[in-house]
Design a protein around this ligand. Sequence first.
Ligand code: PMP
Length: 411
Amino acid sequence: DLLRMSGTYPFFPPLEGSEGPVVTYQGKEVVMMGSNNYLGLTHHPKVLEAAKQAIDQYGTGCTGSRFLNGNLDLHDQLERELAELFGYEQALVFASGFLANVGVIAALGSIPGTVIFSERENHASLIDGTRLARGEVRLFADLADLARQLGTQADWSHALVVSDAVFSMTGRVMDLRRLAELKRKYKFKLYVDDAHGIGVLGPGGRGAVFDQGVRAEVDLLFGTFSKSLASLGGFVCGEARVIDWLRHTTRSLIFTAGLPPASVAAALAALGVMKEEAGELQTKVWANARYWREGLDAIGYCTMGSTTPIVPAMIGSESLAFRVARDLLDLGVFALPVPYPVVPRGQSLIRTSVMPTHTRVYLDRALDAFAQVRKRYDIPEFDPDNLPVADKEDWSWLMPEQTKSATQPAA
Ligand code: PMP
């Protein structure tokens, strides 16, 4: 209610149209700095065409589970292409990435005797999977903590370690090489969620796992079509016997309808474009990421050492993050406030991300808006190694009179 009364409520904004880097909102053209369209493929002609053709050939929906009447030859083709691209025996396609993670982790974590070790910052879909798993679940704060927990015994072959490769809010990249070393030592199974790495990292866009050269140590690789691959749906790649077991066990695959034809075809086409054009698209997105991050740094925002196209701008106060996002929108820039509990209290940020299709004109327009807002609220230059921690929410920025500076604590 406070957010609504102060005019800063940012959720469920009804966008009226999209061209990728710009969207239409309330009749106005707004630069999109808050999407996961890392390769800009949602409007690629080949992807658009494939989706339209699939509707003509198969209709608009699968009207049933892939297990029964809702499986298309397109689903099978997509699975074959994913397995080949990522170098696994088989792949399994789900109706969303969330459904893949939640179902697979719940299924594996319910095998009697299994222990799951889950990174504390993992995506909600992995967390919910661990909540549904009937076995033991342990959290780890970082790899030193994981090593300490594993150190109590020599053989963890009944354990599954689960981690994001690129953390979605801050863009932090997991040290997968160190994780692979631990795996060799303790013999656990490894599940990596590379939702944000596939497309932008690694040779041919094959993601963080290939970028860090640890493919052989990753037993199950998760990816989604809802980001670089311009569609909807998720997948898991692994050994044939494991994938076949999951195919007949995972409730979020069996008890929900198959990914619609247009979405499968769009994902297939996007995969094709990625294979052909990854080099060029990556060059563009990384050049934009550097330009954007250096621009924000120069204005005085703390971008928390981001090394990916996800670039956070630290704001600190939760309520100020909501106000900043609102002001940015008024200035023609769409970016998302990330409040507690997604990030620790007092470390609210604006999450931004770039695409290859952002021109310098768009990025400069967005930088100008960020500069105006930083000046307006005197947002501090945070030290990424010494971020503030608050013990309660600060809602003061939503109050009508805005006279104080962000560097002075609320009265
Ligand atoms: N894993 C991570 C790390 C994510 O960021 C997301 C989406 N935000 C998902 C999984 C779920 O993917 P999907 O959008 O396909 O449901």
